[in-house]
Design a protein around this ligand. Structure first.
Ligand code: GAR
Length: 210
């Protein structure tokens, strides 16, 4: 099975969705490393409860981004991770790091990119009067939240929504989308060539929509 590393900074609900999909036989992969940049991240407890190998690389313990990322690379390569999955990982990665793992590094972002890159996506979608919102999975490049899009899942914005209620609608959609996309990669169906995403050998003109 595909050797996955999951990088987290906090709660780890997307990590849990991935583990549930593996456990249910819906995803042919194994999590060989859970890596957190935050000591005490709740997702580390999930990893421990699942008996997974987990490590913390605390960015505050390193003099600069390069040294921090070198420690990440050392841990990831020791685990022989094939696909790196960012799941609520809240550090920006440098061009050097993303080039090293180009085509093997994906992220989930809580908006319909290119709308609402960056932080506070739910509040910003509401403030902009969006009628639809959702989540996107993309290959990671040096452009923050700007890498080639693979798939998106949409949810309606409802009257009276707050950032909290909207987040609560998007999150379960993330949990459906991410294991599915990882499964495509695990099955050898998904690749990045240049800036073009290929699914089943065909270039994607637009992200797959759910
Ligand atoms: C998720 O909503 C994810 O899309 C978002 O953080 C949350 C992590 O939740 N990621 C980003 O904002 C990336 N910039 P989780 O820890 O429960 O999976």
């Amino acid at each position: 099975p595909l050797r996955l590393a999951v990088l987290i900074s906090g709660r780890g609900s997307n990590l849990k969705a991935i583990l549930d999909a593996i456990g249910a036989g819906r995803l042919a992969a194994q999590v060989v490393l859970v890596l957190s940049n935050r000591p005490g991240a709740a997702g580390l407890d999930l990893a421990a409860a699942a008996g997974l190998s987990a490590a913390t690389v605390d960015h505050r313990q390193y003099p600069d981004r390069h040294a921090f990322e070198q420690a990440l690379v050392t841990a990831l390569d020791a685990a022989q991770a094939e696909l790196l999955v960012l799941a609520g990982f809240m550090r920006v990665l440098t061009a050097d790091f993303v080039h090293h793992y180009r085509g093997r590094l994906i992220n989930i972002h809580p908006s319909l990119l290119p709308a609402f890159a960056g932080l506070d996506t739910h509040a910003r979608a509401l403030a902009a009067g969006a009628t639809e919102h959702g989540a996107s999975v993309h290959f990671v490049t040096a452009a923050v939240d700007g890498g080639p899009l693979i798939a998106q899942i949409r949810v309606p914005v409802q009257a009276g929504d707050t950032p909290h209620t909207l987040a609560a609608r998007v999150l379960p959609a993330e949990h459906r989308l991410y294991p599915l996309v990882i499964g495509w990669y695990a099955a050898g169906r998904l690749a990045l060539g240049g800036d073009t995403v290929r699914l089943d050998g065909l270039p994607l003109a637009a992200p797959v929509q759910f």
